[in-house]
Design a binder for this molecule. Structure first.
Ligand code: LLP
Length: 437
């Protein structure tokens, strides 16, 4: 049964429209496979998320997680909305700067930051969420070399179990990220940093996982972090003015997935923060959030053209399209479900059972299995939903497939924001050594 999220529409030609643009026309004009991003939906998602927290707490900084989609135009939209940035590499940091996000509205995360990355972060006043004792030492060195004070927080591991795919659950005790809270390791990190000359210890950070559709783990995270904030104030007299809860609010991918409202999460998390701040007489910290998927996930679709159809007795019909795991790896990698429809037959009755495959030479190269679609013919346009986050961002050139183009739509206008790769792009960096010439 066709169930479209509310920001999608259909037109009288029976086509799906995104941001006022007919997807069939987009595919004809820009080619396939094509990522399409709905600007208004990005803005709506950001505003809703920000308001959920900012209407309940005086100081909130929403740092968009660039890893979800680091396209310059997408980041520019969010910069215009007043977002900060969560960056996890040198180039993400530079993209955020390029889009006009000031360094002091950025947090830098990750378990392996190179000296060069740390330098760029410290030079730009980015808050560095330090992930290990050795990294603390490295930050100290960089700061003293630059003659600047480094703003730091610690990534702590609060051991919160959040129901999600094991690859994207990051808050468990055994995960590679952060300082362990339970054993006192996190506390020790603060004690050590307090004695360092060139660092200002201003924050605390955790990220418990991604694609979480339940508010309870976030509340538990808030409890654990705020207990530590209170302990650090009490025993070390360090006031942490940035409490960073990471990202992780999920989105419904399947038609029957539940939706986690940011307001529900905000209500419960801010409730905890308020209580601890009151009880312990703390100042009111800035609450930092790092949403990626929630902001851009449902704002993006992927359009792919049907090339071949193969009927096989006893199994679903194979429908081969021109986008595969190179363009969207989530189904192959995580077994992730992405809803699929025919964009040019969006209102037609779904009557055939199909598997949708990509063009790569791997059995794992599929976009969806056992899906109901209207009768499919060559040239039909498949639309894959909820690919705005971790779609193009995780794409590759496997089997020398160029990465798809990405187009931004708004009120019927459409413009390319990422060009389709060409043969030259694919071979530009390769070189033939002298002895083979
Ligand atoms: N902050 C930190 C420190 C993170 O590690 C992540 C995501 C985020 C924020 C943003 O999380 P979000 O709000 O988007 O859930 N490739 C996987 C997702 C990996 C997420 C890793 N960290 C996927 O396609 O589902």
């Amino acid at each position: 049964m066709l169930i479209l999220k509310r920001h999608f529409k259909t037109n009288i030609r029976g086509h799906l429209t995104v941001g006022g643009a007919d997807t069939v026309e987009l595919a004809n004009k820009f080619g396939t496979p094509l990522y399409v991003v709905d600007e208004q939906r990005v803005r709506e998602n950001y505003r809703r998320f920000y308001k959920a927290f900012a209407s309940r707490w005086p100081s909130v900084l929403v740092c968009y997680a660039l890893k979800a989609n680091s396209n310059l135009a997408v980041v520019k939209i969010l910069q215009g909305e007043g977002a900060g940035a969560d960056v996890s590499s040198e180039y993400e940091l530079r993209i955020a700067l390029e889009a006009g996000i000031p360094g002091n509205k950025m947090v830098f995360n990750g378990n392996h930051k190179t000296p060069r990355e740390l330098e760029l972060a410290v030079a730009n006043d980015v808050l560095v969420n330090v992930d290990s004792f050795q990294e603390l030492e490295a930050v100290g060195k960089v700061a003293s070399r630059l003659g600047k004070r480094a703003r730091i927080g610690f990534r702590v591991n609060p051991d919160v179990r959040a129901p999600t795919h094991p690859y994207i659950a990051t808050g468990l005790r055994e995960s590679k990220f952060g300082f362990d809270v339970a054993s006192g390791q996190a506390f020790d990190a603060y004690k050590l940093a307090a004695r360092m000359e060139d660092v200002d210890v201003v924050g605390i950070h955790a990220h418990i996982g991604s694609q979480i559709l339940d508010a309870a783990p976030f509340e538990e995270e808030a409890e654990k972090l705020m207990a530590l904030v209170a302990e650090i104030k009490e025993r070390l007299d360090i006031y942490l003015s940035f409490v960073d809860f990471g990202g992780g609010i999920g989105i419904p991918y399947k038609p029957d997935d539940r939706e986690l409202q940011p307001e529900q999460v905000a209500e419960r998390m801010v409730g905890v923060v308020e209580r601890v701040v009151d009880e312990k007489g703390l100042g009111k910290p800035t609450l930092v959030f790092e949403p990626g998927r929630y902001i851009v996930g449902d704002a993006g679709v992927l359009l792919a053209r049907v090339g071949y159809i193969k009927e096989r007795p006893g199994i679903p019909t194979w429908v081969a399209v021109d986008a595969g795991m190179n363009a969207l790896i989530r189904p192959a990698l995580y077994g992730a479900y992405h809803h699929i429809e025919l964009a040019n037959k969006i209102l037609e009755k779904e009557e055939v059972l199909v598997n949708v495959a990509g063009p790569l030479c791997e059995s794992g190269d599929f976009l969806g299995k056992e899906r109901k679609l209207p009768k499919v013919v060559q040239g039909d346009l498949v639309v894959i939903f909820d690919v705005g986050a971790y779609g193009l961002a995780m794409s590759s050139q496997h089997t020398a497939q160029p990465r798809p183009a990405m187009v931004l739509v708004n009120e019927g206008k459409a413009e390319i924001i990422r060009k389709r790769e060409t043969f030259e792009d694919l071979t530009r960096l390769d070189q033939i050594p002298g002895w083979l010439k």
